[in-house]
Design a protein around this ligand. Structure first.
Ligand code: NAI
Length: 357
């Protein structure tokens, strides 16, 4: 483990990138923060650099005069990164699904994944760019084609689904606080592919026995992003809550990476879900796939190649995936999960078609 930690944010000038960079500038474990974007980044870096924390900020902006395929600034931003966090790409406008972002964001991810594969292949890679269900397969294929894919270190950031679940259930339960909850969320990261597992909380809550309330809660988590897209009325999607969620996810990873005590974590819990490639080499994967086979039996659906699942972290990345949630799902969650897998498999195909078209 290096005694210094360099984090690079690609898309750092954006709605998520800016508040995320601010949160990272406050992180006591980071030594260097490298901020890259295609616009506006010098001013943002100068502003952050006035903050009296120890994180050193370097900024990089694409030089549009360079020939296509070369990008010295991006290469310099990436060099020596331990962690790369990627909120680059266009966000949704009212009426758009995450799928509508596909063409533009797939091209951006294609470019960034290629540079990472060549110039910083050993980094942890945390992808925020939507649609996550399809952008992670793009990253995986490109890294794999360069022979540098490490299944323990590529993550689709789905933490906002956990954050929303904790907040929304707390809103329903008298005298509770969001921090009392850590709802596991599995599946994918859009609409019906998101499956919050409220049945797996430490306590059961009577209010959720009411089907209308339970269904509305699930729907709110699945489509919570739409509330923000509509409220912002054409000016983007979730940015502040997403910056918080990605920073929460990063903190849980870094706790595992540095083998820190859980109490350093705001949520007092070191497990969180992320959307990953289900590689057989990952601890717990055999048991997970056996459980998936059982659930999908009789459905014609193939076992997904990618899934958001709860996991723990260590210095190498994923320490193990949790598979116990499968047996603990209630009937409703099982139904939702099967629907989710149908969507995920289509979204993965879309990502693969983009790479091999
Ligand atoms: P934004 O448009 O405010 O910021 C995106 C930034 O990416 C801009 O500064 C832009 O200049 C930059 N960018 C564009 N092309 C680039 C390239 N080739 N290299 C580097 N940077 C590039 O968008 P916002 O709101 O920050 O959202 C970013 C992405 O995150 C979107 O795809 C959005 O859908 C996604 N998102 C993901 C969430 C999740 O839970 N995973 C939640 C909310 C948004």
């Amino acid at each position: 483990m290096s005694s210094t930690i360099k984090v690079t944010v690609l898309g750092a000038a954006g709605g998520i990138g800016q508040p995320l960079s601010l949160l990272l500038k406050l992180n006591p474990y980071i030594t260097e923060l490298s901020l890259y974007d295609v616009v506006n980044i010098p001013g943002i870096a100068a502003d952050l650099n006035h903050i009296d924390t120890n994180v050193k900020i370097n900024s990089f902006i694409r030089d549009n005069n360079e020939p296509k395929g070369t990008n010295t600034q991006l290469i310099n931003a990436l060099k020596g990164s331990d962690f790369i966090i990627i909120p680059a790409g266009i966000p949704r406008k009212p009426g758009m699904t995450r799928g509508d972002l596909f063409n533009i964001n797939a091209s951006i991810c294609n470019e960034l994944a290629t540079f990472i594969a060549i110039h910083s292949p050993n980094s942890f890679i945390l992808v925020i760019s939507n649609p996550v269900n399809s952008t992670i397969p793009i990253f995986r294929e490109i890294l794999n084609n360069y022979g540098v894919f490490n299944p323990l270190k590529l993550f689709g950031v789905t933490a906002l689904d956990n954050v929303r679940s904790n907040t929304f259930i707390s809103n329903l339960i008298d005298n509770s606080l969001p921090k009392d909850f850590n709802v596991p969320v599995v599946g994918g990261h859009s609409g019906h592919s998101i499956v919050p597992l409220f049945s797996q909380l430490d306590k059961s809550y009577k209010i959720l026995d009411d089907n209308n309330i339970y269904d509305a809660l699930i729907h709110r988590v699945q489509y919570g992003g739409d509330e923000i897209v509509e409220a912002k009325n054409g000016n983007g999607s979730s940015t502040l809550s997403m910056a918080y969620a990605s920073n929460k996810f990063f903190n849980i990873i870094i706790n595992g990476y540095l083998n820190l005590d859980n109490n350093n974590n705001n949520n007092n819990n070191c497990q969180i879900s992320s959307y990953i490639y289900l590689d057989d080499s990952i601890n717990g994967m055999k048991e997970l796939k056996t459980g998936l086979m059982e659930i999908l039996k009789g459905t014609k659906l193939e076992i997904p190649k990618y899934l958001a699942i709860p996991m723990n972290f260590d210095i190498n990345g994923i320490k193990n995936v949790d598979y116990k949630w499968i047996d603990k799902m209630n009937e409703k969650e099982k139904e939702l999960f099967v629907i989710a897998v149908g969507f995920i498999n289509q979204n993965v195909e879309k990502g693969l078609n983009f790479v091999y078209k």
